[in-house]
Design a protein around this ligand. Sequence first.
Ligand code: PLP
Length: 320
Amino acid sequence: MEPLDRSTVWPYDEHGEPREFVYQRYAHPTGAAAERALGRMEGGDALLYASGTSAATACVFAFCRPGMTVALAEGAYFGTGVTLGQFEPWGLKVVEFDQTGEPPAGADVLWLEAPANPLLTLPDWAAVRAHPGLVICDATVATPVFLHALDEGADVALHSATKYLTGHSNAMLGATVTRDPGRTKALYDARLRLGLAASPDSAAALLHGLETLEVRVRRQTETARELARRLEDHPAVLRVRYPGFGGLIAFDVADARTVETATKLIANQTSLGGVSSSMESRWRWEGDRIPRGLLRLSVGLEDAEALWADLAAALDRPSS
Ligand code: PLP
């Protein structure tokens, strides 16, 4: 394993010149090793950040200018819209669009999410490729196991590595992957100058997480497919959204609070992508942009029958 180096500073060489690593905010050995590993998996140049939100912030500073319009996928992670909204006082315009259809013609940047969290829609890649704007694709939920966003037409693949890539709910981390050296440099400069760098500990968590990523997400998919199928048949479930891959399912019930507080194996908490299953009502965060009864289930690595028994018992609980 790459040794974890928490140094913030490294000595110059015998001529007084900088070596590969100088000061942690620029780059550090554990981060560089993790970036190489993720870059190999995605087929591009990876950069790590303190969180997925930091990665999004770097994208705005690197690629957006006052007067530009960002078209954001509807039903994508609600925090991305909130983050983009922070830039409206600086002249950024943000519009939402249905990513399953044509993107808005005049948009300078298309901000996709594949699949969108929590509505689990996928972009129309042919329509995206026909659009002249810069394309950023948040591929957190798909992971590189199920999607190579750069091959589909994205210019930047973005991840909240806090989720599946590290996979154990023990590290905050973001990533971008690009193929154009100019874009990589713009992102690197934004990271450096805005102080968005990832910690060595989180980078080490990524190195560990990537070693098991594929077996984790394939097993989560197998379980999620089965749970989605059974949820479809359950009389208390009004609608199931599942894109056919990955560990995230969104389903609607009449009373989300009753169901989310009734499970015992599945933790009632936010976030996703860990080895332990979790579920929450998203309405508490997102309000009426999503159905009030929507529950988002992040399927972990527990036994599928045990998960179904827990879910079925919660769905059968009478409303309080
Ligand atoms: N993108 C998606 C799809 C997310 O689900 C999240 C967080 O939930 C983020 C980005 C933001 O990531 P972070 O919480 O690591 O800042």
